[in-house]
Design a protein around this ligand. Structure first.
Ligand code: ATP
Ligand code: MG
Length: 254
């Protein structure tokens, strides 16, 4: 892990230079943060689980034709991805009221929304990731109108597909956040899904009990945080071989 050039260290992941030009290695940490880094902690085994969960979900999405940055998982905590030019917008898709939407509009958490709602946030730690409109995004040049159209179309496809996939495993996809990037191939540019899809950036509730199985357990000090991430992996049928002990074990390669 230390031989490669470190390109960026974020709150949840580290990016290293990849083995070939145009590639990066994403290393998943156990560090957790919430409320724009005001709350920090460690969720033991989270990095291993998110690496697996994101690999699984990105691979399934790729199979249905959603372009992603994911190439392959390298080991327990690392995956190889295509380097993209990240569009500085977080796309949030909501199916059920929760979190900041419930707070802002006074809609009780758990209220189904009349239709899926898309929100955009400008990625800026200094500004606290402010919510922005399509007008802001295109006027300030963060994304061209055609790029934004692609991002919306892809987000809705991801929502449809993942809602069904999770429901089939007894989980409700309440909402989630996506990041996109520009991938250049020769002179052609494509918008692809980047970053990660995991319980760090999805709200997932048990369909029968409404139990929260995502980062809200950390945000709200609900306890059993590691167990919730493990449960999501188990439901998807991808808990690392050997069960939970593997998750906490020392750095195992491959
Ligand atoms: N394929 C990719 N190419 C380039 N950058 C990527 C790619 N996928 C994800 N990233 C970026 O890598 C970083 C991942 O680290 P992490 O999720 O820990 O960041 P973060 O602390 O959430 O910070 P940020 O506010 O930058 O998202 C993010 O900045 C993300 O936008
Ligand atoms: Mg992030």
């Amino acid at each position: 892990m230390t031989r490669r050039r470190r390109i960026y260290e974020g709150k949840a992941k580290v990016l290293f230079e990849g083995p070939e030009p145009g590639t990066l290695v994403q290393y998943f940490k156990d560090d957790a943060s919430a409320f724009n880094n005001q709350k920090k902690g460690v969720i033991t085994g989270k990095g291993v689980l998110n690496n697996r969960i994101s690999e699984y979900l990105m691979s399934r999405l790729s199979e249905i034709g959603v372009p992603t940055h994911f190439v392959r998982r390298l080991n327990m905590r690392e995956q190889l991805v295509r380097e993209v030019e990240i569009i500085p917008i977080e796309v949030v898709v909501r199916n059920v009221a929760a979190g900041s939407l419930s707070k802002r509009f006074g809609i009780p958490e758990g209220t189904p929304l009349p239709r899926s709602i898309i929100e955009y946030y400008y990625k800026s730690d200094e500004l606290n990731d402010p919510m922005v409109s399509e007008e802001h995004i295109t006027a300030f040049g963060w994304a061209a109108p055609a790029d934004l159209d692609d991002m919306v179309a892809l987000s809705l496809r991801v929502n449809d597909y993942l809602s069904g996939l999770f429901l089939g495993n007894g989980l409700r996809l309440v909402d989630f956040k996506l990041e996109f990037g520009r991938l250049w191939e020769n002179d052609e540019m494509r918008i692809v899904l980047a970053d990660e899809i995991s319980p760090d950036n999805c709200r997932l509730w048990d369909v029968k009990t409404n139990e929260k199985l995502d980062k809200d357990r950390f945000r709200q000090d609900l306890g059993k945080v590691e167990e919730a991430y493990q449960e999501v992996a188990r439901r998807l049928g991808i808990l690392p071989e050997g069960g939970p002990s593997d998750v906490k074990g020392p750095k195992t390669l491959q």
